[in-house]
Write a protein that binds this ligand. Structure first.
Ligand code: ATP
Length: 331
């Protein structure tokens, strides 16, 4: 036992749950290699809680996580599990873990996955540590979630391309990005792409104001325009907004692009690879120090433990400084 290792943990399992996000593979790799580094056995659970219930659990060696740091998605697959919401299936999952001699868990996922992990760690004597893996960046207690930076860069790449054709045809585009409840992706990618307007769920969309803005700018001071819309915006999304504008200004003929799942695929950025690696190492160390019921959060430059209950509080707010920049920068 090293000074890092204050527990009797021998077998550590890692799994991914909920929406996949680029950087999850870097975190899986780091968990497996850190467990092995400290003389433990590492296991992978496939298909999230579904696989835990069904015993889809396999040992993982160092070579099983070779050549994955550069890949999006998750080699462990992921799933959403209705069964895990029921106590009887959680008990079945626990029995599967015991049958495979798993003594500790690392769960990589979003707030739903941590809600499940919190319930599970209170019901059964198995320590659980989380890694925030979601492109939405909507977890409290961490400045960044794994995959958010890559998703932002994917959006920027796509909107830059849309801008080329918008500019060539003097067109107005409504581009919809992910974010049912949170506008983090829309706001930051909107600033980074120089969007003319950014519509987010956290701020009521004043249609009359948008209409007035487009009326005075589009084709007067600007020949083309891009409006970035989070899918959960209260205006109804990009299709609904474009329809209203088309009705009010038939000659505008706005186009709509819904970026969809392309946002969360592809090679993770340097930032997400490093964050996944940092969080994976920290998660195993936290388990070996006897911690449980916490997510690894990135705060300033440090990785810190954050209680699952705090991570799921939904108090994280959009940056007021960025929001107030929209009107200044869109000219
Ligand atoms: P994303 O943010 O990418 O959607 P997520 O982790 O929030 O990821 P969810 O589908 O909300 O994704 O949650 C993943 C799984 O966590 C659910 O399918 C369910 O199995 C489990 N889970 C969520 N809430 C609970 C709960 N209250 N009790 C037990 N399990 C839960």
């Amino acid at each position: 036992m090293t000074s890092e290792d204050k527990t009797a943990i021998q077998n550590i399992a890692v799994m991914t749950s909920g929406g996949d996000s680029p950087g999850m593979n870097a975190a899986i790799r780091a968990v497996v290699r850190t467990a092995l580094y400290f003389g433990k056995k590492a296991f992978g659970i496939y298909h999230g809680y579904e696989g835990m219930i069904d015993g889809e659990i396999s040992p993982m060696q160092s070579h099983d996580v070779s050549d994955i740091i550069n890949r999006g998605g998750t080699i462990l697959k992921t799933a959403r599990s209705k069964r895990f919401l029921e106590a009887a299936y959680r008990k079945q999952a626990y029995e599967q873990l015991k049958a495979h001699h798993i003594d500790a868990l690392v769960i990589i996922g979003g707030n739903g996955s941590f809600r499940g992990a919190d319930v599970f760690s209170h019901e059964f004597d198995i320590p659980v540590v989380g890694i925030p893996g979601t492109i939405d960046n909507d977890l409290d207690g961490t400045d960044y979630t794994l995959g958010y930076d890559t998703a932002l860069n994917n959006v920027i790449d796509a909107v830059d391309k849309i801008r080329d054709t918008a500019s060539a045809f003097d067109r107005l585009f409504f581009v919809e990005v992910m974010g049912r409840d949170a506008g983090f992706i829309a706001l930051r990618s909107g600033i980074a792409t120089g969007a003319d307007a950014i519509l987010v769920p956290e701020v009521h969309t004043n249609y009359e104001q948008l209409k007035e803005y487009l009326h005075t700018t589009y084709r007067h001071t600007k020949s083309s325009a891009i409006v970035l819309v989070a899918e959960g915006d209260d205006g109804g999304g990009a299709v609904a907004m474009a329809k209203r504008i088309r009705e009010d200004f038939p000659d505008f003929n706005p186009r709509v692009t819904i970026l969809g799942h392309i946002q969360r695929g592809g090679a993770p950025t340097a930032f997400d690879r490093i964050l996944g690696s940092e969080m994976g190492v920290a998660a195993v160390k936290a388990l070996l120090q006897g911690q449980s019921g916490v997510m690894m959060g990135k705060q300033c430059r440090e990785i810190v433990p954050v209680a699952f209950s705090i991570a799921d509080k939904h108090t994280k707010r959009l940056s007021q400084a960025l929001l107030s920049m929209i009107d200044v920068l869109n000219g």
